[in-house]
Design a binder for this molecule. Structure first.
Ligand code: KG4
Ligand code: ZN
Length: 345
C-alpha cells in the first residue's frame, strides 16, 4: 500500500495505490486559477501554494483510501524533473512523513511515472506483460520517444531539440489570446476548424540519419519554428476569436503539432507492434484519434493512458513505486531534488 506525493509543477497531488495497480484514492489540487492572471506557471507562487495545501491533500488521500495511516506501507514521491522549489516541498514532506510513520521512502522519476500511467488501474493491462513497447511521453516540459524492453529498461530514441509539445500548445494559445493552460483551450477552439486552411511547418523531417545529441534525427522533434510561423501568420492575417477563420488557424496549428508527433511515432513502430502514449498532451482529442488510426494502419496494439491519469497526479507515482521501481532504501532518504532528471535515468 503506497502513499504517493507529487508536487513537480502546478498540481498538488497525493494518492494511495495498492499493489502498483488499484487506485484507492487520487486527490489532485490544481493551481490553474492561481497562475491564470500571469498567463503561465509562476514557480514561487506554485511552491508556496504546495506548502499551503500539501498537508490537507495528503490527509484527504489517506482518508478517501479508507486504509488509514496504519495501512500505509511505503511513501513515494517525485524527485524530478520539475521546478526545483516545487519538488523540494513534496520531497521534504515525504521524508518527514516516512520518518514519522517508520516506513520506507521511494523516490520516483516523474517521466517514468507518466509512461507507466497507461497501466494504472485494477483492470488495466499489466506493464511487464505489455513490454516490449515503443512509447511517446508528451507533457508540458517533455516530448520523448522511447523503447521499453521491460519496466525500468528504457532507451531514448528521440526527443525535442527545443520546445516540448505541451509548450507549443501553451505558447501558441498565448499568441492566439486563448490563455493558460493552452492545450485544452486549443483542443476546444479547433473544433469545427479546417486543419488544412494554413500549412504550418512540421519541424525537422530528416531521413538522412543525421544525429542530434547522439539521437537519430528521424525521431527528434522541433516546435519552436512552428510557434514563430504562427506569430508571423497572425501578424499578416489577423483573425477574430469566435470566427470560422479563427477556428481554421487554431485547427491548422494543432494539426501541425499532432502531425509532427504522429509521423515520428509511426516511424518508431518499426521497433515493435506495441505502442504506449501518456502525459498531459496525450489528453488531446486529435492526438488520441490519430494514434488510434496509426495503430490500425500499422496493426499495432495501442495503450493510451486513461484521461484521468494523463495530467499530473500522484497515483502514477505511487503505482510505479508499488512495482518496485524508483530509488529506495537509505539512498532515497539522502536524495536531493533533480529538476533536470531525464526519463529512464
Ligand atoms: O503532464 P502534464 O500535466 O504536466 C507536465 O508534466 O508538464 O502536462 C501539461 C501539459 C500542458 O502543456 C497542457 O497545455 C497540456 O499538457 N495539455 C494538453 C491538453 N490538456 C493538457 N495539450 C493538448 N491538448 C489537451 N487537451
Ligand atoms: Zn507531468
Amino acid at each position: 500500500m503506497v502513499l504517493g506525493i507529487e508536487t513537480s509543477c502546478d498540481e498538488t497531488a497525493a494518492a494511495v495505490v495498492r499493489d502498483g495497480r488499484e487506485v484507492l484514492s487520487n486527490v489532485v489540487y490544481s493551481q490553474i486559477a492561481l497562475h491564470q492572471p500571469y498567463g503561465g506557471v509562476v514557480p514561487e507562487v506554485a511552491s508556496r501554494s504546495h506548502v499551503e495545501s500539501l498537508t490537507g491533500v495528503i490527509a484527504e488521500a489517506v482518508n478517501q483510501s479508507g486504509v488509514g495511516w496504519e495501512g500505509i506501507d511505503q511513501v513515494a514521491v517525485t524527485y524530478g524533473p520539475g521546478l526545483a522549489t516545487c519538488l523540494l516541498v513534496g520531497l521534504s514532506a515525504a521524508k518527514g512523513l516516512a520518518l514519522r510513520l517508520g516506513k520506507p521512502l521511494c523516490a520516483v522519476n516523474h517521466l517514468d511515472a507518466h509512461l507507466f500511467s497507461a497501466f494504472l488501474g485494477k483492470d488495466a493491462p499489466r506493464f511487464a506483460e505489455s513490454c516490449p513497447l515503443t512509447a511517446l511521453v508528451v507533457s508540458g516540459g517533455h516530448t520523448c520517444l522511447l523503447t521499453v524492453d521491460a519496466p525500468g529498461q528504457l532507451r531514448l530514441l528521440g526527443q525535442t531539440i527545443d520546445d516540448a509539445a505541451g509548450e507549443a500548445f501553451d505558447k501558441g494559445a498565448k499568441l492566439l489570446g486563448l490563455g493558460y493552460p493552452g492545450g485544452p483551450a486549443i483542443d476546444k477552439a479547433a473544433q469545427g476548424g479546417n486543419p488544412r486552411a494554413v500549412d504550418f511547418p512540421r519541424g525537422m523531417h530528416r531521413r538522412d540519419k543525421t544525429r542530434v545529441g547522439g539521437l537519430d534525427a528521424e525521431y527528434c522533434f522541433s516546435f519552436s519554428g512552428l510557434k514563430t510561423a504562427l506569430l508571423y501568420h497572425l501578424q499578416k492575417h489577423p483573425v477574430q476569436p469566435g470566427t470560422p477563420a479563427f477556428a481554421d488557424v487554431v485547427a491548422s496549428y494543432q494539426e501541425a503539432i499532432v502531425d509532427a508527433l504522429v509521423s515520428r511515432c509511426e516511424r518508431a513502430t518499426e521497433y515493435g507492434g506495441r505502442f504506449v502514449a501518456a502525459g498531459g498532451v496525450a489528453l488531446n482529442s486529435l492526438l488520441r484519434a490519430r494514434l488510434v488510426e496509426m495503430a490500425a494502419r500499422k496493426n499495432a496494439r495501442l495503450f493510451l493512458a486513461p484521461p484521468r491519469y494523463c495530467a499530473d497526479n500522484a497515483a502514477m507515482i505511487a503505482g510505479l513505486a508499488g512495482l518496485g521501481l524508483g530509488i529506495t532504501g537509505p539512498a532515497a532518504m539522502e536524495i536531493d531534488v533533480n529538476p533536470n532528471l531525464e526519463i529512464g535515468a
